[in-house]
Write a protein that binds this ligand. Structure first.
Ligand code: FDA
Length: 304
């Protein structure tokens, strides 16, 4: 892993740095580039705009690693409020939600996380949409896949995220190839025994693309990497997959022109839209991905 990336991901766990960044006035400007806003109404407004441009949306209520049951409950309520608001505006045909299990209690108790995620899945179903479980660091993978299996008994459309940097992921893709799977490279600092590095991550991404496209599930290719986007398009043709039987996904604020280009070509493009006040961990992972963003952020911090 690039040393700068390792440094930023390490800083993300440091309380002093967290306080400095979270209270710096400039943070708001930087955050606005990657986060829709703090309130449900912001999330709904951005969803409306993206839907009007012919793209789809998945919404993430920011918050991870909750410390108690009350916080986990608050996060569940944020999702149910959001789903009701989207439904009231007729937007649930275009939008689903993404949930991090640590935001609903996974680190406290897996059973609590399952119960809470079930509440979100039930609310999503009532509003005519569905849920995808985000994937966090590798210490949570096994537990997240266990919870996914339980949820899929009642809500078979529940999706999972798999990360091509993990050595285990090709086997997970093969096991889940009949369902909704979002394939990403992976955003956490992982140790060498469990994760690939550099070019191997991309090679494994392509192996996973093949595994998912050859199955009968619904693959969701979440990457901004132009080379991988081209390979997905070529592989989709090879496997005789029509647009709409798979989709591309990108993050809010990243490569918008490319999102629009793919949508114009008739592809399904879904934008991952985070919102809420707990933006710190999310922002640090975005900065770690791209040194250009880090420079922009550091310069803005210093000039304030
Ligand atoms: P990478 O960061 O390697 O970039 C490759 C190339 O893409 C760059 O060289 C550049 O050409 C282009 N590019 C990238 N960013 C750009 C930018 N800002 N502007 C212009 N060009 C750019 N991770 C995780 O661990 N768990 C999860 O649940 C999720 N969920 C998730 C959902 C969705 C919809 C997305 C898109 C991503 C995630 N991720 C994630 C994050 C993911 O793991 C990964 O960290 C980022 O997507 C960055 O990796 P890329 O594949 O985009 O390529």
């Amino acid at each position: 892993m690039h040393p700068l990336r390792t440094l930023i991901l390490a800083a993300a766990g440091n309380d002093a740095i967290r306080r400095l960044v979270a209270t710096a006035p400039v943070s708001r400007d930087v955050v606005r580039r990657f986060v829709a806003g703090e309130r449900t109404a912001d999330a709904v407004r951005v969803t409306r705009e993206i839907a009007a441009s012919g793209r789809w949306v998945t919404l993430d209520h920011l918050g991870e690693d909750v410390a108690d049951e009350a916080q986990a409950d608050q996060n569940v309520r944020a999702y149910t409020e959001l789903l009701d608001a989207l439904h009231a505006e007729g937007l649930t045909a275009r939008a689903e939600v993404s949930v991090k299990l640590t935001a609903v209690g996974q680190k406290l108790d897996e059973r609590l996380a399952l119960d809470n995620a079930s509440r979100v899945c039930a609310a999503a179903e009532q509003c005519g949409t569905t849920v995808t479980l985000d994937m966090e660091d590798h210490t949570t993978t096994e537990s997240t896949l266990r919870v996914l299996r339980e949820l899929r008994r009642t809500w078979p459309s529940t999706g999972a995220v798999l990360q091509s940097y993990l050595r285990r992921t090709l086997a997970d893709c093969e096991a889940l190839a009949g369902s909704r799977v979002r394939l990403v490279k992976g955003a956490y600092a992982e140790p060498e025994p469990v994760a690939f590095d550099g070019r191997e991550v991309d090679l494994n991404y392509v192996r996973c693309v093949n595994a998912l496209l050859s199955g009968d599930g619904y693959p969701m290719f979440a990457t901004h990497d132009p080379r991988l986007v081209r390979i997905v398009a070529e592989r989709a043709r090879w496997y005789d997959r029509r647009p709409g039987t798979y989709e591309y996904q990108m993050l809010f604020g990243v490569r918008q022109d490319e999102q629009r280009r793919l949508a114009r070509e008739g592809e399904t493009v879904r934008v991952y839209v985070p919102y809420g006040s707990q933006w710190y961990g999310y922002l640090m992972r975005r900065l770690a991905e791209r040194p250009a963003n880090t420079t922009f952020f550091a310069r803005a911090l210093v000039s304030h």
